[in-house]
Design a protein. Structure first.
Length: 376
């Protein structure tokens, strides 16, 4: 379990580092004199690069010891975060994000498989729930903390702080984790796993649902400010509600021990309902907390469900199934952030919520058509 906790902390650092531009968006805008869409581009570009690089880099590193790969990726995140902290211009900040994105795709592709191999006797959904609790912790503590740091001492300190955490965690993993040799590749080409219809449906649904989520979530701070009328000082608290609910969603995912596909469907429905309710509620404060809580819990459970469903589809090629899932997830992030950015220029912010809910509903229909085995 303590090894899984270490991986979970790694997930926390990586996830918070990915979301840094979202949580400190106003501070970056003011410092570098750029638009909301330009900061959103740091998320979009990051996601596209991670999506395009996840599969080829996973194949390239397939024979690496998993511990060595894990520590190397954390080291890359630390270097990239440090470069971002001192970047004097938008262009150099974007370059640091490119470097981090190259590590990001492989990191998430190998993390779930590494966790399962470190705890082979635990049910898969419970293993994933423990490790991906770090993602929820990023919402509970990482994102609000970065927003607070940006408001008090500046956004660069947020970048520097999490770069230091990645470096420290890499050292801790060097001392604490055992070597985990890569599994020998069998005769079937790994890319052939994508021919499986079940995996293809999971990949398609992942792209669509995640796009729906990030169409609105990328711009959650201006959404709360302009659609709900919340003052800036409330942002850390509201983001904390979202993140805390995400942590509870991950815990519930592990406790229920549902088949992964069922968990993914329930989480997708929760995202669609919460975004639609946000669109209807507007700035009515009594409903805002429960809506954000449902959204946060659903988005966290979604990661566990979709990742598990991808691995369940082709267990003999778990690494590649995970890589395809990560690629799809990041394509969804990039597409959602891009669509959201375009919509902010031509429509009221509330339109992001309606589009997000519609995409999540479409993804739910695709997941419903899948026929995965009932067990884990």
């Amino acid at each position: 379990m303590w090894r899984l906790v270490l991986l979970s902390v790694g997930a926390f650092v990586a996830q918070t580092s990915e979301y840094l531009p979202i949580s400190v968006m106003p501070a970056i805008q003011d410092d570098l004199s750029i638009s909301e869409a330009a900061v959103g581009g740091l998320v979009t570009g990051y996601a596209w690069i991670a999506a395009l690089s996840a599969t080829p880099l996973t194949m390239l590193t397939a024979r690496w010891d998993r511990k060595t790969l894990f520590l190397s990726l954390l080291g890359t995140i630390a270097v990239a975060g440090s470069l971002g902290a001192v970047a004097p211009s938008y262009e150099l900040l974007a370059a640091s994000r490119v470097l981090m994105a190259l590590a990001h795709g492989v990191f998430w592709a190998m993390l779930a498989v590494l966790a399962v191999r470190l705890a082979p006797r635990m049910p898969r959904t419970q293993v994933l729930a423990v490790v991906f609790a770090g993602i929820s912790l990023a919402g509970v503590a990482g994102v609000p903390l970065c927003a607070f740091i940006a408001q008090t001492v500046g956004w660069r300190w947020a970048f520097a702080g999490f770069a230091s955490m990645a470096a420290a965690l890499s050292l801790a993993g060097l001392l604490a984790l055992p070597g985990v040799p890569s599994r020998r590749m069998d005769e079937q080409p790994p890319i052939a796993s994508l021919r499986d219809q079940r995996l293809r449906r999971v990949v398609a649904a992942t792209t669509i649902v995640v796009a729906g989520h990030f169409c609105a979530y990328t711009y959650i701070v201006p959404l709360l400010e302009q659609t709900a009328g919340m003052p800036g000082r409330w942002m850390p608290a509201l983001l904390f509600v979202f993140g805390m609910a995400g942590a509870l969603g991950v815990l519930l995912s592990g406790w229920l021990s549902w088949p992964a596909i069922r968990l993914a469907m329930a989480a997708t429905a929760g995202i669609a309902v919460s975004q639609a309710c946000f669109g209807f509620a507007g700035g009515w404060m009594p409903t805002l907390g429960p809506i954000l809580a449902l959204w946060g819990a659903s988005s966290a459970a979604l990661v566990v469900g979709l990742q598990g469903a991808a691995i369940d589809s082709v267990p003999d090629h778990a690494d590649m199934a995970s890589a395809f899932y990560v690629a799809a997830f990041n394509i969804g992030i990039g597409a959602g952030a891009m669509v959201g950015g375009l919509l902010t220029a031509i429509t009221p912010f509330v339109a992001l919520l309606w589009v997000g809910a519609a995409l999540a509903t479409l993804g739910l229909l695709i997941l419903r058509s899948n026929r995965l085995p009932a067990g884990d």
